[in-house]
Design a protein around this ligand. Sequence first.
Ligand code: SF4
Ligand code: MG
Length: 317
Amino acid sequence: RDLVKTFPGRRSRTGKAGAPIRAVDGVSFDVGAGETLGLVGESGCGKSTTGRMIVRLSDPTSGTVTFDGTEIGALSQAQLRPHRKHLQMVFQDPYSSLNPRQTVARIISEPLLVQGAGAAEARKRAAELMELVGLIPEHLDRYPHEFSGGQAQRIGIARSLATSPRLVVADEPVSALDVSIQAQVVNLMERLQDELGLAYIFIAHDLSVVKRVCDRVAVMYLGRIVEIGDKHQVYGNPAHPYTKALLSAVPLPDPAAERERERIVLLGDPPSPADPPSGCSFHPRCPKAQEICRTERPLLQIAGTGGREAACHFPEN
Ligand code: SF4
Ligand code: MG
């Protein structure tokens, strides 16, 4: 609820502190058990920072994170420990997120050892997890560099599942992988979700991957959610001009449809979160911007039927 994360501004040459950067600027959403929420937006929109705050790899500047009725956003690391096992993360780059000097057995066991498991028990569980993610348990004593990128990401997934979490935040889990491998890893994540009843927050800039895996989707722009709702509503009938523009850039499989469709080209780059535009922060790039957009910040509100919300003074439909 109302998650905010600010980072100190860059110092100028005279040593004067710059304006703080609001990387995440008041984000609220829910994720249900067993559900997948997609979190999409251009790089720098705050989606990774949001994910990291939810698993408490990063402390919120303000706002709350409630897991199963417990407010975990404000707990100390010691108080957090019993909840930690339910909340895990998969990272974008499998190699840099796996310690190159540790064996796979050690890497996958780590979260269990932190939770107080014995060494033998943790190793047995690591072998089971290797099998669960489609790797060979006999390879437990190998090192990360002995695996391909897709296999290394399976190790990252196995580690995230070691403590039987209920929510996994996956931050661009396939975007560092070859396209030919991406589908395999996505299939694996879907199968694991069905088998284990996991909820995912699936962070990605690739809208087609998110469309495939998620139930609901939240679109972020400059630290805020601009549209959130059921996948079919948001993809089939976007309400926010930014969502519309993002979707218009996704290639369509049917070449005829691809030729016919209208492409919305956004002007310029996303503005800096250190100096966000007034009113609707999308207004300098929005093809529909009116005077009110420059002065009044639109809040998320129901747009159309089915509970989808958009933050726009002039939502579609
Ligand atoms: Fe565009 Fe105005 Fe809607 Fe912002 S509020 S997205 S500027 S129409
Ligand atoms: Mg990111």
